[in-house]
Design a protein around this ligand. Structure first.
Ligand code: FAD
Length: 513
């Protein structure tokens, strides 16, 4: 049996696992079905020549702060990785002309708050962050295995005491709305921070969602945001170089069609009809595809868990080439990496309910990324790119909440839905449409066609609700990425700690191996 570690999928988790293993002298081979590595971390000229767009992930803060970077950051820099740090991470476009912005500068941030009580509440959160981040953020950096988990709980118990630990557990169960309305009185802040839950499927009223608005608000304030110089592909390119420098290989246009196993042990993978023997396989696959490629494992709990795994609502992406920056009425919004467009927390709750019911939302929440304001290298001189994420849309359309779009398939609804999203920006920035030079609309099913892990266009490869998070991601008993088949492991966004560019599951697994 070959001692080469075989990795299915050149997503960020697969590449990180391969790079870490290769750097420690293991032989690795990565097989990627698409024409280029990176999965959701790629940069391409999607609209016009010279305009480089992040196809999916733009915000690389999670990668920059990852365990992998703490260990290999210096080597990644040698392989060409370059970040662009941003001091003004996010703003919320509220009623046209009104905005709230979180920056690394306290006075600047508080200048957009209207209530004195809320300014004090923000300062109190900042004061508590350094002690709380160990418990809340540290959990995301802990593998869901008995040893590391007990060590983590012991450490937190010593730091916080029993009462502190129980309070932290309660916070982890809290919904965004409960936390936000208890903490702040201004509905503008509720809208601004609840938007972060919508990057996952933590709509305002979902238990367990408060942690994301909290971490993003405080993390944004203390650390800002990081994007890739020239595009997110700087990460993927450096990872591939690092793997190759250590003797590993990354092969594209190489779809694995089956995972071979016998007598409870993995024996290899099928590629182009041939078996590639391997005693260790890391599969960066969504559970539905893991089940398809593996077949029955003999462990009913695992097999049924993969089948019952739930996916979250979908995303639509709109990539734009612009002649000028967005002419926001609130001009200050030009200086933020992300502008969330959404007027209220109730609006966000409504969008989620509509998407879950299969309806095209009447007023989706938009995440408008303005990378070229900070990294002009991504576009010809004086021109800009815009990265617009439409949250959330159904993968399968049952109707339109606004009763205007009649198509119930994405080929028919794509342009109209994208137009609806662009109209929301136009309301906040009259004249915006006239600046558009090129446009590329991506429906949730287009996302899935490009990467089958994005089931129904679900950008986070599976709901992160409590029943499917922590010890339960992807399946209870297998949250550390083990499977019932010896030598076969799961990595990727479907495995704890879930989605994002932090590549936790790939890094944890490489450490374990
Ligand atoms: C539109 C969008 C925007 C996002 N924005 C952000 C952001 O700004 N910041 C952030 O932190 N996160 C963001 N995310 C989430 C984050 O990018 C993903 O959670 C993360 O990159 C997923 O990594 P992964 O390792 O699970 O692999 P994936 O990115 O899912 O890649 C898996 C790879 O495996 C390949 N593959 C699948 N099946 C096979 C097979 N049978 N054989 C061979 N290869 C196969 C696929 O082609 C793909 O290349 C975004 C995601 C999307 C989709």
């Amino acid at each position: 049996m070959s001692d080469t570690v075989t990795i299915i999928g050149a997503g960020i988790n697969g590449l990180v696992a391969a790079a870490d293993l290769a750097a420690r002298g293991r032989k690795v081979q990565v097989f990627e079905r698409g024409p280029a590595p990176g999965g959701a971390v790629r940069t391409e000229e999607l609209t016009l020549p010279g305009f480089r767009h992040d196809v999916a992930a733009m915000n690389l803060s999670m990668f920059a702060g990852s365990g992998f970077m703490a260990k290999h950051g210096a080597e990644m820099a040698q392989h060409g990785l370059e970040f662009v740090p941003i001091d003004r991470p996010f703003a919320q476009a509220l009623e046209p002309g009104d905005y709230l912005g979180v920056t690394k500068d306290l006075d600047e941030t508080l200048a957009t708050f209207h209530s004195e009580a809320d300014k004090e509440a923000w300062k109190a959160l900042m004061a508590g962050f350094p002690s709380r981040v160990g418990a809340v953020g540290g959990l995301l950096g802990t593998p869901m295995k008995r040893g590391p988990l007990l060590k983590f709980l012991w450490k937190q118990w010593r730091a916080l005491g029993a009462a502190g630990l129980v309070d932290t557990a309660q916070f982890l169960l809290t919904s965004p709305r409960t936390w936000l309305t208890e903490t702040f009185e201004d509905p503008r802040i509720h809208a601004a921070l609840s938007s972060w839950g919508m990057h996952l499927d933590f709509a305002p009223d979902i238990a367990g969602g408060a942690i994301f608005p909290y971490l993003e608000a405080m993390g944004g304030h203390f650390m800002g945001m990081v994007i890739g110089k020239g595009g997110a592909a700087t990460v993927t390119d450096a990872l591939v170089r690092m793997i190759e420098a250590h003797g590993g290989t990354v092969t594209c246009d190489a779809e694995v069609t089956a995972i071979r196993h016998s007598a409870g042990k993995v024996t290899g993978v099928t590629l182009n009809g041939e078996t590639v023997p391997s005693g260790t396989v890391l599969a960066g696959l969504a559970p539905v595809h893991m089940a398809r490629l593996t077949g029955a494992t003999g462990n009913a709990g695992f097999d049924v868990g993969l089948k019952d795994y739930q996916y979250a609502p979908g995303t639509m992406m709109i990539h734009l080439a612009l002649d000028a920056p967005v002419p926001w009425i609130a001009k200050q919004m030009n200086d933020f990496a992300y502008v969330h467009v959404g007027r209220s927390i109730d609006g966000a709750a409504k969008v989620y309910a509509e998407a879950m019911a299969g309806l095209l939302p009447e007023a989706p929440l938009l995440v408008v990324g303005q990378p070229t304001r900070f990294d002009p290298s991504r576009a010809p001189e004086g021109k800009h790119t815009l990265w617009v994420q439409v949250r959330m849309v159904p993968g399968r359309i049952r109707g339109d909440a606004a009763r205007q779009i009649t198509a119930t398939d994405w080929d028919g609804a794509r342009t109209a839905m994208a137009d609806r999203a662009l109209d929301l920006i136009e309301e906040q920035a009259p004249g915006f449409r006239a600046t558009i030079l090129g446009r590329h609309d991506v429906s949730p099913l287009d996302l899935e066609a490009g990467n089958p892990n994005l089931v129904g266009g679900d950008q986070v490869c599976g709901s992160h609700h409590m029943r499917q998070n922590f010890l339960y991601r992807p399946v209870r008993g297998f949250a550390d990425g083990t499977t019932p088949i010896s030598g076969l492991h799961m990595i990727g966004a479907a495995v704890w700690p879930g989605a994002g560019t932090g590549a936790g599951s790939g890094f944890f697994k490489a450490q374990e191996l």
